[in-house]
Unconditional design. Structure first.
Length: 272
């Protein structure tokens, strides 16, 4: 068996191809499985469920998507060989399954219905939208965000009101979190501003100015602190060397859990 290069389609699925040489005479030592059959194999005290599809090709293809694991294999490769290939590729499969579960949960939590009764993530909590407030505010006792728009407001109006309020809260929250780092930050820190960029959570310029995404307001305080510490560490190290990570640890001991929580989360996918 020869491993081919991994191939991935962003936002659709993750794929891995394993190449086999076709035998001169095709024989089967186990019954052939019909396309689309659901099967399972035990791997390292865990069970991998997969959908087997018999196709005309020279490789075994693994595809992880919202439907789970799909294995596409030539008709002449036995189930025993297929499942041996699954075992060999278990680390890749488990990794992609974990990533897809995280993406699915992220989409579930961040899907917003811009109407009374809709939900949005705010400071790590799932909050319900309520319309008709005199002054927009968050009620932590009821887990509600109350917006100053009419109950019959359109989705566009609710969206604008919610985004404006969230950006205001992001400025307030991030300012307060930055203040906690004031005694530890490098002297070259020259100020900060909110960013609407959809490609990065934060950035640090050569002149010591920091930009932080307003969309961080969706996360709990430890994650916001990690992104702040990450950018402040760049004031000393404009790289991701061991010295950089030592500086992050100096600014925020135990940052790893928060880093893992936001790692791989796309900025544009977490909010509108």
């Amino acid at each position: 068996m020869k491993r081919a290069s991994p191939h991935a389609r962003a936002g659709a699925s993750e794929q891995l191809l394993l190449a086999f040489e076709a035998p001169p005479t095709v024989t089967f030592d186990t019954p052939q499985v019909m396309p689309g059959s659901e099967r399972r194999v035990s791997v390292a005290q865990r069970v991998i469920e997969y959908r087997l599809q018999r196709v005309r090709r020279r490789t075994i293809g693994f595809q992880v998507s919202e439907r789970g694991l799909t294995v596409r294999a030539p008709r002449w490769i036995s189930v025993r060989e297929i499942e041996a290939a699954i075992v060999e590729s278990q680390r890749w499969i488990f990794k992609k399954q974990i990533e897809w579960r995280a993406r699915s949960e992220q989409r579930r939590l961040t899907a917003i219905r811009f109407a009374d009764g809709g939900h949005v993530q705010y400071l790590g909590h799932r909050m319900q939208l309520r319309l008709g407030a005199v002054i927009p505010h968050a009620d932590e006792d009821t887990n509600e965000i109350r917006l100053a728009v009419a109950a019959e407001a359109s989705e566009a109006e609710v969206c604008r009101a919610l985004q404006t309020w969230l950006q205001q809260q992001a400025h307030r929250v991030i300012s307060a979190r930055l203040e906690r780092f004031s005694g530890r930050a490098d002297a070259r820190f020259a100020g900060w501003r909110l960013s609407s960029a959809r490609t990065q959570w934060g950035s640090c310029s050569l002149d010591g100015r920091i930009r932080l995404s307003w969309r961080l307001v969706h996360f709990a305080a430890p994650v916001i602190d990690y992104v702040i510490a990450h950018e402040l560490a760049h004031l000393r190290e404009l790289n991701h060397s061991p010295r950089f990570w030592r500086e992050v640890a100096r600014l925020l001991p135990g940052f790893e859990a928060a880093r893992d929580q936001i790692k791989g989360v796309e900025v544009g996918a977490i909010s509108f």
